[in-house]
Design a protein around this ligand. Structure first.
Ligand code: PLP
Length: 427
Protein backbone atom coordinates (compact mmCIF):
# COMPACT_ATOMS: atom_id res chain seq x y z
CA UNK A 1 0.00 0.00 0.00
CA UNK A 2 1.54 3.31 -0.98
CA UNK A 3 -1.00 5.95 -1.84
CA UNK A 4 0.95 9.18 -2.00
CA UNK A 5 -0.21 12.74 -2.44
CA UNK A 6 1.89 14.64 -5.00
CA UNK A 7 4.16 17.19 -3.32
CA UNK A 8 6.93 19.60 -4.21
CA UNK A 9 9.03 22.40 -2.75
CA UNK A 10 7.79 25.97 -3.14
CA UNK A 11 8.97 29.35 -1.94
CA UNK A 12 6.76 31.86 -0.12
CA UNK A 13 5.53 33.28 -3.46
CA UNK A 14 4.46 29.82 -4.62
CA UNK A 15 7.27 29.28 -7.14
CA UNK A 16 7.99 25.58 -7.60
CA UNK A 17 11.42 24.07 -7.00
CA UNK A 18 10.39 20.45 -7.67
CA UNK A 19 11.88 17.91 -5.30
CA UNK A 20 15.57 18.27 -4.52
CA UNK A 21 17.88 18.62 -1.51
CA UNK A 22 17.55 22.39 -1.11
CA UNK A 23 16.27 24.43 1.82
CA UNK A 24 16.41 28.10 0.88
CA UNK A 25 14.99 29.97 -2.10
CA UNK A 26 18.05 31.38 -3.91
CA UNK A 27 16.15 34.58 -4.83
CA UNK A 28 14.24 35.52 -1.67
CA UNK A 29 16.44 33.66 0.86
CA UNK A 30 13.31 32.43 2.64
CA UNK A 31 12.80 28.77 3.66
CA UNK A 32 11.31 26.42 1.06
CA UNK A 33 8.19 24.50 2.11
CA UNK A 34 6.78 21.17 0.99
CA UNK A 35 3.35 21.83 -0.53
CA UNK A 36 0.86 19.11 -1.40
CA UNK A 37 -1.89 18.80 -3.94
CA UNK A 38 -4.46 18.78 -1.13
CA UNK A 39 -7.37 17.92 -3.43
CA UNK A 40 -5.78 14.60 -4.35
CA UNK A 41 -5.22 13.96 -0.62
CA UNK A 42 -8.96 14.22 0.04
CA UNK A 43 -9.85 10.55 -0.64
CA UNK A 44 -6.68 9.30 1.12
CA UNK A 45 -6.31 11.43 4.23
CA UNK A 46 -9.58 10.40 5.89
CA UNK A 47 -10.34 9.56 9.52
CA UNK A 48 -11.20 6.01 8.44
CA UNK A 49 -7.89 5.43 6.61
CA UNK A 50 -5.88 7.06 9.38
CA UNK A 51 -7.55 5.08 12.16
CA UNK A 52 -7.00 1.85 10.19
CA UNK A 53 -3.28 2.68 9.91
CA UNK A 54 -0.43 1.67 12.23
CA UNK A 55 -0.12 3.24 15.71
CA UNK A 56 2.75 5.50 14.62
CA UNK A 57 3.36 8.54 12.43
CA UNK A 58 3.02 6.55 9.22
CA UNK A 59 -0.78 6.50 9.72
CA UNK A 60 -0.52 10.07 8.35
CA UNK A 61 1.76 9.11 5.47
CA UNK A 62 -0.55 10.39 2.74
CA UNK A 63 0.32 13.95 3.88
CA UNK A 64 4.02 13.37 4.48
CA UNK A 65 6.73 13.76 1.81
CA UNK A 66 7.42 10.05 1.45
CA UNK A 67 9.24 9.25 -1.80
CA UNK A 68 7.87 6.70 -4.23
CA UNK A 69 8.75 3.17 -3.20
CA UNK A 70 9.74 3.94 0.40
CA UNK A 71 8.07 1.59 2.85
CA UNK A 72 8.52 3.00 6.35
CA UNK A 73 8.57 0.40 9.11
CA UNK A 74 10.02 2.13 12.17
CA UNK A 75 7.20 2.75 14.69
CA UNK A 76 7.98 6.41 15.38
CA UNK A 77 5.67 8.70 17.37
CA UNK A 78 2.01 8.37 18.37
CA UNK A 79 3.08 9.32 21.87
CA UNK A 80 0.57 9.74 24.72
CA UNK A 81 -1.57 12.85 25.11
CA UNK A 82 -2.29 12.81 28.84
CA UNK A 83 -4.82 14.80 30.83
CA UNK A 84 -2.71 16.70 33.37
CA UNK A 85 -5.14 17.21 36.25
CA UNK A 86 -2.51 17.38 38.99
CA UNK A 87 -0.24 19.81 37.17
CA UNK A 88 -3.34 21.79 36.27
CA UNK A 89 -4.34 22.03 39.90
CA UNK A 90 -0.87 23.27 40.80
CA UNK A 91 -0.71 25.96 38.11
CA UNK A 92 -4.38 26.91 37.84
CA UNK A 93 -5.75 25.08 34.79
CA UNK A 94 -8.77 22.76 34.70
CA UNK A 95 -8.45 21.51 31.13
CA UNK A 96 -4.74 20.94 30.61
CA UNK A 97 -3.10 18.20 28.51
CA UNK A 98 0.52 17.20 28.07
CA UNK A 99 1.72 15.81 24.72
CA UNK A 100 4.48 13.52 25.90
CA UNK A 101 7.30 13.19 23.36
CA UNK A 102 9.68 12.46 26.25
CA UNK A 103 8.85 8.85 25.35
CA UNK A 104 9.09 9.12 21.56
CA UNK A 105 10.58 6.08 19.81
CA UNK A 106 13.43 5.39 19.22
CA UNK A 107 15.54 8.09 20.95
CA UNK A 108 13.19 9.84 23.40
CA UNK A 109 12.57 13.18 21.72
CA UNK A 110 10.27 14.59 19.04
CA UNK A 111 13.29 14.73 16.71
CA UNK A 112 12.62 11.06 15.88
CA UNK A 113 9.66 12.27 13.81
CA UNK A 114 11.63 14.69 11.66
CA UNK A 115 14.61 12.38 11.20
CA UNK A 116 12.54 9.47 9.92
CA UNK A 117 11.02 11.66 7.19
CA UNK A 118 14.39 13.27 6.35
CA UNK A 119 16.23 9.95 6.04
CA UNK A 120 13.56 8.52 3.74
CA UNK A 121 14.38 11.41 1.42
CA UNK A 122 18.14 11.14 1.94
CA UNK A 123 17.97 7.58 0.63
CA UNK A 124 15.77 8.62 -2.27
CA UNK A 125 18.23 11.36 -3.29
CA UNK A 126 21.04 8.81 -3.10
CA UNK A 127 23.13 10.24 -0.26
CA UNK A 128 25.52 7.65 1.15
CA UNK A 129 26.47 9.83 4.14
CA UNK A 130 24.01 11.81 6.22
CA UNK A 131 24.56 14.25 9.01
CA UNK A 132 23.23 17.15 11.00
CA UNK A 133 24.17 20.13 13.06
CA UNK A 134 22.61 19.48 16.41
CA UNK A 135 21.91 20.80 19.88
CA UNK A 136 21.78 17.15 21.02
CA UNK A 137 18.49 15.40 20.38
CA UNK A 138 18.81 15.57 16.62
CA UNK A 139 22.27 14.03 16.87
CA UNK A 140 20.88 11.10 18.89
CA UNK A 141 18.08 10.45 16.43
CA UNK A 142 20.14 10.74 13.23
CA UNK A 143 22.77 8.41 14.71
CA UNK A 144 20.21 5.78 15.73
CA UNK A 145 18.11 5.82 12.58
CA UNK A 146 21.11 5.96 10.22
CA UNK A 147 22.52 2.91 12.02
CA UNK A 148 19.33 0.98 11.40
CA UNK A 149 19.20 1.97 7.72
CA UNK A 150 22.88 1.15 7.28
CA UNK A 151 23.82 4.69 6.19
CA UNK A 152 26.98 6.46 7.39
CA UNK A 153 26.38 9.39 9.73
CA UNK A 154 28.66 12.33 10.53
CA UNK A 155 27.30 14.61 13.19
CA UNK A 156 28.49 18.05 14.24
CA UNK A 157 27.72 19.48 17.68
CA UNK A 158 28.92 22.35 19.86
CA UNK A 159 31.89 21.00 21.85
CA UNK A 160 30.34 21.72 25.24
CA UNK A 161 27.14 19.68 24.78
CA UNK A 162 25.75 17.64 27.70
CA UNK A 163 27.72 14.36 28.16
CA UNK A 164 24.56 12.22 27.96
CA UNK A 165 23.69 13.63 24.54
CA UNK A 166 27.22 12.96 23.29
CA UNK A 167 27.19 9.39 24.58
CA UNK A 168 23.71 8.88 23.11
CA UNK A 169 25.20 9.67 19.72
CA UNK A 170 28.43 7.70 19.94
CA UNK A 171 26.75 4.49 21.04
CA UNK A 172 25.13 4.04 17.61
CA UNK A 173 28.52 4.12 15.91
CA UNK A 174 28.11 7.57 14.35
CA UNK A 175 31.08 9.80 13.67
CA UNK A 176 30.81 12.76 16.04
CA UNK A 177 32.70 15.99 15.47
CA UNK A 178 32.74 18.49 18.35
CA UNK A 179 33.06 22.02 17.06
CA UNK A 180 34.56 24.85 19.05
CA UNK A 181 31.63 27.24 18.91
CA UNK A 182 27.90 27.58 19.42
CA UNK A 183 25.13 25.95 17.39
CA UNK A 184 24.87 28.79 14.91
CA UNK A 185 28.55 28.45 14.04
CA UNK A 186 28.17 24.67 13.73
CA UNK A 187 25.18 25.13 11.44
CA UNK A 188 27.00 27.53 9.12
CA UNK A 189 29.86 25.06 8.80
CA UNK A 190 27.40 22.28 7.94
CA UNK A 191 26.03 24.27 4.99
CA UNK A 192 29.56 24.45 3.56
CA UNK A 193 30.24 20.76 4.20
CA UNK A 194 26.95 19.70 2.59
CA UNK A 195 27.96 21.43 -0.66
CA UNK A 196 31.60 20.39 -0.58
CA UNK A 197 31.10 16.71 0.30
CA UNK A 198 27.63 16.13 -1.18
CA UNK A 199 26.26 14.80 2.10
CA UNK A 200 22.63 14.85 3.15
CA UNK A 201 22.28 17.07 6.20
CA UNK A 202 18.83 16.47 7.62
CA UNK A 203 18.39 20.03 8.93
CA UNK A 204 20.38 21.82 6.21
CA UNK A 205 19.85 20.68 2.60
CA UNK A 206 17.07 18.22 3.56
CA UNK A 207 15.40 20.69 5.94
CA UNK A 208 12.06 21.15 4.08
CA UNK A 209 11.42 17.38 4.21
CA UNK A 210 12.74 17.06 7.78
CA UNK A 211 10.45 19.85 8.98
CA UNK A 212 7.32 18.11 7.66
CA UNK A 213 7.83 15.33 10.21
CA UNK A 214 6.86 17.82 12.93
CA UNK A 215 3.33 18.05 11.50
CA UNK A 216 2.62 14.65 13.02
CA UNK A 217 2.60 16.24 16.51
CA UNK A 218 -0.33 18.37 15.35
CA UNK A 219 -2.19 15.49 13.68
CA UNK A 220 -1.80 13.36 16.81
CA UNK A 221 -3.02 16.10 19.16
CA UNK A 222 -6.18 16.57 17.07
CA UNK A 223 -6.86 12.85 16.69
CA UNK A 224 -6.18 12.13 20.38
CA UNK A 225 -8.62 14.88 21.38
CA UNK A 226 -11.27 13.00 19.38
CA UNK A 227 -10.73 14.93 16.13
CA UNK A 228 -10.94 18.34 17.79
CA UNK A 229 -8.57 21.27 17.99
CA UNK A 230 -7.47 22.69 21.35
CA UNK A 231 -7.92 26.35 22.36
CA UNK A 232 -4.21 26.83 23.05
CA UNK A 233 -0.90 25.17 22.23
CA UNK A 234 2.21 25.94 24.28
CA UNK A 235 5.31 24.83 22.39
CA UNK A 236 9.08 25.15 22.91
CA UNK A 237 11.05 26.85 20.15
CA UNK A 238 14.62 26.42 18.94
CA UNK A 239 14.68 26.94 15.17
CA UNK A 240 10.96 27.74 15.30
CA UNK A 241 9.95 24.90 12.99
CA UNK A 242 7.90 22.63 15.27
CA UNK A 243 5.42 25.31 16.34
CA UNK A 244 4.84 26.36 12.72
CA UNK A 245 4.28 22.78 11.61
CA UNK A 246 1.67 22.12 14.29
CA UNK A 247 -0.21 25.10 12.82
CA UNK A 248 0.23 23.68 9.30
CA UNK A 249 -1.11 20.29 10.44
CA UNK A 250 -4.20 21.95 11.95
CA UNK A 251 -4.74 23.95 8.74
CA UNK A 252 -4.64 20.79 6.63
CA UNK A 253 -7.06 18.99 8.97
CA UNK A 254 -9.47 21.94 8.75
CA UNK A 255 -9.13 22.20 4.96
CA UNK A 256 -9.86 18.49 4.50
CA UNK A 257 -12.76 18.57 6.94
CA UNK A 258 -11.34 16.22 9.60
CA UNK A 259 -11.82 18.80 12.36
CA UNK A 260 -14.09 21.79 12.80
CA UNK A 261 -12.46 25.14 12.15
CA UNK A 262 -11.93 27.20 15.30
CA UNK A 263 -9.37 29.70 16.55
CA UNK A 264 -6.29 28.10 18.11
CA UNK A 265 -3.82 30.37 19.86
CA UNK A 266 -0.13 29.44 19.72
CA UNK A 267 2.25 30.29 22.55
CA UNK A 268 6.01 30.01 22.05
CA UNK A 269 8.37 29.12 24.90
CA UNK A 270 12.10 29.86 25.14
CA UNK A 271 14.76 30.22 27.81
CA UNK A 272 15.69 33.76 28.79
CA UNK A 273 19.31 32.93 27.91
CA UNK A 274 18.28 32.35 24.29
CA UNK A 275 15.00 33.98 23.34
CA UNK A 276 15.29 35.63 19.91
CA UNK A 277 11.82 34.50 18.77
CA UNK A 278 10.17 35.66 22.01
CA UNK A 279 11.86 39.02 21.49
CA UNK A 280 10.50 39.25 17.93
CA UNK A 281 6.96 38.43 19.13
CA UNK A 282 7.10 40.98 21.96
CA UNK A 283 8.51 43.77 19.81
CA UNK A 284 6.41 42.83 16.77
CA UNK A 285 9.52 42.53 14.59
CA UNK A 286 9.44 40.90 11.16
CA UNK A 287 13.07 39.82 11.50
CA UNK A 288 15.21 38.12 14.14
CA UNK A 289 17.89 39.88 16.13
CA UNK A 290 20.41 37.05 16.69
CA UNK A 291 21.53 36.31 20.26
CA UNK A 292 24.50 34.55 21.80
CA UNK A 293 22.94 31.66 23.77
CA UNK A 294 23.62 31.17 27.46
CA UNK A 295 21.14 28.76 29.10
CA UNK A 296 20.88 25.26 30.53
CA UNK A 297 18.19 24.57 27.90
CA UNK A 298 20.82 23.50 25.38
CA UNK A 299 18.36 21.83 23.03
CA UNK A 300 16.69 25.23 22.47
CA UNK A 301 19.91 27.23 22.26
CA UNK A 302 19.70 28.52 18.68
CA UNK A 303 20.59 32.21 18.55
CA UNK A 304 19.66 32.76 14.90
CA UNK A 305 16.62 30.51 14.25
CA UNK A 306 15.98 29.52 10.62
CA UNK A 307 12.19 29.71 10.95
CA UNK A 308 12.20 32.54 13.50
CA UNK A 309 10.46 35.33 11.53
CA UNK A 310 7.75 32.98 10.23
CA UNK A 311 7.18 31.49 13.70
CA UNK A 312 6.87 34.94 15.30
CA UNK A 313 4.37 36.06 12.68
CA UNK A 314 2.28 32.89 13.00
CA UNK A 315 2.14 33.28 16.79
CA UNK A 316 0.96 36.89 16.56
CA UNK A 317 -1.56 36.10 13.81
CA UNK A 318 -3.04 33.36 16.01
CA UNK A 319 -3.65 35.81 18.86
CA UNK A 320 -1.06 34.01 20.97
CA UNK A 321 2.07 35.21 22.69
CA UNK A 322 5.59 34.10 23.64
CA UNK A 323 7.39 34.07 26.97
CA UNK A 324 10.85 33.20 28.24
CA UNK A 325 11.85 31.77 31.61
CA UNK A 326 15.08 31.78 33.62
CA UNK A 327 17.25 28.73 34.27
CA UNK A 328 15.94 28.60 37.87
CA UNK A 329 12.36 28.49 36.58
CA UNK A 330 13.33 25.78 34.05
CA UNK A 331 14.56 23.55 36.87
CA UNK A 332 11.33 24.19 38.84
CA UNK A 333 9.33 23.38 35.70
CA UNK A 334 11.09 20.02 35.34
CA UNK A 335 10.40 19.20 39.00
CA UNK A 336 6.77 20.36 38.86
CA UNK A 337 5.92 18.14 35.88
CA UNK A 338 7.70 15.16 37.45
CA UNK A 339 6.11 15.62 40.89
CA UNK A 340 2.57 16.10 39.58
CA UNK A 341 2.33 13.88 36.50
CA UNK A 342 5.23 11.45 36.81
CA UNK A 343 6.81 12.70 33.60
CA UNK A 344 10.54 13.37 33.60
CA UNK A 345 11.33 15.87 30.88
CA UNK A 346 14.55 17.51 29.80
CA UNK A 347 15.31 21.22 30.12
CA UNK A 348 13.18 22.08 27.05
CA UNK A 349 10.15 20.58 28.82
CA UNK A 350 11.02 22.60 31.91
CA UNK A 351 10.82 25.68 29.69
CA UNK A 352 7.41 24.69 28.32
CA UNK A 353 5.98 23.83 31.75
CA UNK A 354 7.23 27.05 33.35
CA UNK A 355 5.94 29.14 30.45
CA UNK A 356 2.53 27.44 30.62
CA UNK A 357 2.36 28.32 34.34
CA UNK A 358 3.39 31.92 33.59
CA UNK A 359 0.75 32.35 30.86
CA UNK A 360 -1.97 31.07 33.21
CA UNK A 361 -0.80 33.41 35.97
CA UNK A 362 -0.84 36.32 33.52
CA UNK A 363 -4.36 35.43 32.41
CA UNK A 364 -3.23 35.14 28.78
CA UNK A 365 -4.49 31.54 28.96
CA UNK A 366 -7.84 31.06 30.70
CA UNK A 367 -8.07 28.43 33.44
CA UNK A 368 -10.84 26.41 31.74
CA UNK A 369 -9.54 26.60 28.16
CA UNK A 370 -8.36 23.38 26.51
CA UNK A 371 -4.60 23.84 26.54
CA UNK A 372 -1.95 21.43 25.24
CA UNK A 373 1.58 21.77 26.61
CA UNK A 374 4.05 20.14 24.21
CA UNK A 375 6.80 18.19 26.01
CA UNK A 376 9.53 17.37 23.50
CA UNK A 377 12.36 15.51 25.23
CA UNK A 378 13.42 13.19 28.05
CA UNK A 379 14.95 14.18 31.38
CA UNK A 380 17.40 11.28 31.46
CA UNK A 381 19.43 13.16 28.84
CA UNK A 382 19.87 16.33 30.91
CA UNK A 383 20.32 15.05 34.45
CA UNK A 384 23.19 17.54 34.96
CA UNK A 385 20.59 20.32 35.08
CA UNK A 386 19.00 19.02 38.29
CA UNK A 387 21.55 16.86 40.15
CA UNK A 388 22.43 19.67 42.57
CA UNK A 389 18.76 19.91 43.62
CA UNK A 390 19.01 16.63 45.52
CA UNK A 391 21.23 15.29 48.25
CA UNK A 392 21.64 11.59 48.92
CA UNK A 393 20.95 10.43 52.46
CA UNK A 394 23.52 8.37 54.36
CA UNK A 395 23.37 4.57 53.86
CA UNK A 396 21.23 2.80 56.48
CA UNK A 397 21.85 -0.68 57.94
CA UNK A 398 19.27 -3.24 56.92
CA UNK A 399 17.53 -3.43 60.31
CA UNK A 400 14.12 -2.08 61.29
CA UNK A 401 15.49 -0.20 64.29
CA UNK A 402 18.05 1.54 62.09
CA UNK A 403 15.33 2.45 59.65
CA UNK A 404 13.20 3.86 62.54
CA UNK A 405 16.12 5.90 63.72
CA UNK A 406 16.86 7.16 60.23
CA UNK A 407 13.28 8.22 59.60
CA UNK A 408 13.33 10.06 62.90
CA UNK A 409 16.53 11.75 61.89
CA UNK A 410 15.27 12.99 58.52
CA UNK A 411 11.67 13.77 59.50
CA UNK A 412 12.34 14.91 63.08
CA UNK A 413 9.62 12.57 64.33
CA UNK A 414 9.78 9.05 65.79
CA UNK A 415 8.01 6.03 64.34
CA UNK A 416 5.93 5.65 67.53
CA UNK A 417 4.71 9.22 67.38
CA UNK A 418 3.94 8.79 63.70
CA UNK A 419 1.80 5.75 64.51
CA UNK A 420 -0.08 7.68 67.18
CA UNK A 421 -0.69 10.61 64.87
CA UNK A 422 -2.05 8.28 62.21
CA UNK A 423 -4.39 6.72 64.80
CA UNK A 424 -5.57 10.12 65.99
CA UNK A 425 -6.17 11.21 62.40
CA UNK A 426 -8.13 8.04 61.71
CA UNK A 427 -10.73 8.62 64.46
C1 PLP B 1 14.84 20.66 18.56
C2 PLP B 1 14.04 20.72 19.80
C3 PLP B 1 12.99 21.65 19.97
C4 PLP B 1 12.66 22.77 19.00
O1 PLP B 1 12.45 22.46 17.72
P1 PLP B 1 12.43 23.53 16.52
O2 PLP B 1 11.60 22.87 15.52
O3 PLP B 1 13.84 23.74 16.10
O4 PLP B 1 11.83 24.82 17.05
C5 PLP B 1 12.22 21.56 21.11
N1 PLP B 1 12.48 20.64 22.07
C6 PLP B 1 13.49 19.77 21.96
C7 PLP B 1 13.71 18.81 23.08
C8 PLP B 1 14.30 19.76 20.82
O5 PLP B 1 15.30 18.87 20.74
Amino acid sequence: MSAITPYELRNAEGKSFGNQPLSICDETFTPLEVQYDLESARPLFTKKNIEAGPANIWRYRSLLPIPEGFEPDLPVGFTPLVRAKNLGKRIGATNLYVKNDAVCFPTLSFKDRVVSVALANAQYFGFTTVGCSSTGNLANSVAAQAARLGIKATILVPADLEPAKILNTLVYGAQLVRIDGNYDQVNRLCSLIADQYNWGFVNVNLRPYYAEGSKTVGYEIAEQLGWRLPDNVVCPMAGGSLIRKIRKAFNELIYLGLVEDKPVRFFGAQATGCSPIVHAVRENLDRIEPQRPNTIARSLAIGNPADGPQAAKMIRDSGGWAEDVSDVEIVSGIQELAETEGIFTETAGGVTTAVTARLLAQGRIGADELTVSVITGNGLKTTDAITDQYTLGRPVRSRLSDFDEYLNEINGISADEEGELALAGGK
